[in-house]
Design a protein around this ligand. Structure first.
Ligand code: MRU
Length: 387
């Protein structure tokens, strides 16, 4: 079975409903920007690159669906205004991951350019939009494969032992195919280590409260037959103390939702705690993300808006009924695991300061801090119009 978070064929988009994983694999149709907004907000689809692509493709489907396209004007400016309005709306679904805002900005540029061509029509502007949205799906997979390769090489270069080195790594949240268009970022690095027989063992955190680690990453590691162990978030520092052949962690590798110009990185809540533990234990800390996650317009982590989610994600858990011997997958229950009435704080992300990060790997290679102790992330965009 191929794990696909996003299924797309010209006028048809489906997402794997990640609220149902790992016990059921169900695809939901996404036929409009409204459907996409709700799927992203409710976290039926998630992960910084994936939500950007779902949003972009959902609008492509909306634009090419007969019921909508018949209503669309023939006038290029009017179609452009329609697309701009829908993109602005989609960006409001989740605030922290920059990939969505970055995709919207780039798609607006494409549409503006198409609208400025002499003789432009509503149809030609739509076509330009759809082609650009479809290209985002293709680019994300190839970018992730490059991230995986560069990240794996960097970890091996920094590993302690000599020849035939195999390393164990720890990851947080979910960053593989379910969070991207395919292959994955941090989990792509782990897959790349595994593919070259350089992985001893992968550890993944549970990633409370939404459990992306235990529900999604563990599911993908089992699916890929990668040797792996699940720990709760609170066990990470204890793991980093261990020096056994399997447990000695060479690096922690995580994804990112937004990397500020100075390297401060917003990622799933709990990442910051891991980075502090890594520093204390002298374990390398690597952030893996496509360049679309790097936001040179945000100077530092101070300027990143952190999404806060409902308290019930902390106090309630959902899963199939367990009768003491086996799971009944037909009987999904929601149970309370907290005292009724307790106040809850539920930030979805935290910011890891750049000083705790050893490397940031993108599709064009790994950036480390220069002698001045600063990440020069602007160099990643040298010669590119993408910054
Ligand atoms: O709230 P989520 O599940 O969307 O958060 C996901 C993460 O924090 C990932 O680490 C990040 O988006 C990178 S996914 C390649």
């Amino acid at each position: 079975m191929v794990l696909e978070a996003i299924r797309y064929a010209s006028d048809h988009l489906q997402i794997l409903n990640q609220l149902k994983l790992p016990h059921a694999s169900e695809y939901d149709d996404v036929a409009s920007s409204r459907d996409a907004w709700h799927a992203i907000k409710e976290m039926r689809t998630r992960g910084a690159p994936a939500i950007a692509i779902v949003a972009a493709l959902a609008l492509a489907v909306e634009l090419t669906t007969p019921s909508t396209s018949h209503e669309l004007s023939e006038v290029a400016e009017e179609v452009q205004a329609f697309i701009f309005e829908k993109l602005d709306y989609l960006v409001t679904s989740r605030p922290t991951a920059v990939n969505l805002a970055d995709a919207a900005r780039k798609l607006k540029r494409v549409v503006e350019k198409a609208g400025a061509v002499s003789g432009a029509t509503g149809e030609s502007v739509t076509r330009a939009y759809v082609e650009a949205a479809e290209q985002m799906l293709v680019d994300d997979v190839s970018d992730n494969q490059a991230i995986g390769k560069h990240g794996a090489e960097w970890i091996l270069k920094h590993a302690e032992s000599g020849e035939d080195v195999q390393v164990s790594v720890l990851t947080h949240c979910n960053t593989r195919s379910l969070a991207t268009a395919g292959y994955g970022t941090a989990l792509g690095v782990i897959r790349s280590l595994h593919a070259t027989s350089s992985l001893k063992h992968a550890f993944c955190t549970e990633t409370r409260p939404y459990n992306q680690g235990s529900r999604l990453t563990a599911f993908e590691l089992v699916h890929d037959k990668i040797p792996a162990t699940l720990i709760t978030d609170s066990m990470a520092a204890a793991l980093l103390r261990l020096k056994g052949p399997t447990e000695r962690i060479a690096a922690i590798v995580v994804g990112a939702d937004r990397v500020a110009a100075n390297g401060d990185t917003a990622n799933k809540i709990g990442t910051y705690t891991l980075a502090i533990a890594a520093k204390y234990h002298k374990v390398k800390f690597l952030v893996a993300a496509p360049r679309t996650t790097i936001d040179l317009g945000t100077k530092s982590g101070e300027d990143i808006v952190i999404e806060e989610r409902p308290g019930r994600e902390v106090t309630l858990v959902k899963g199939p009924r367990f009768d003491g011997a086996s799971l009944d997958l037909e009987q999904v229950e929601t149970v309370s695991i907290a005292a009724t009435g307790i106040d809850v704080w539920n930030p979805a992300f935290d910011v890891t300061p750049a000083e705790l990060i050893d490397g940031i790997v993108t599709e064009v290679g790994v950036v480390e801090k220069s002698d001045d102790g600063v990440f020069h992330l602007e160099t990643l965009f040298d010669g590119s119009s993408d910054s």
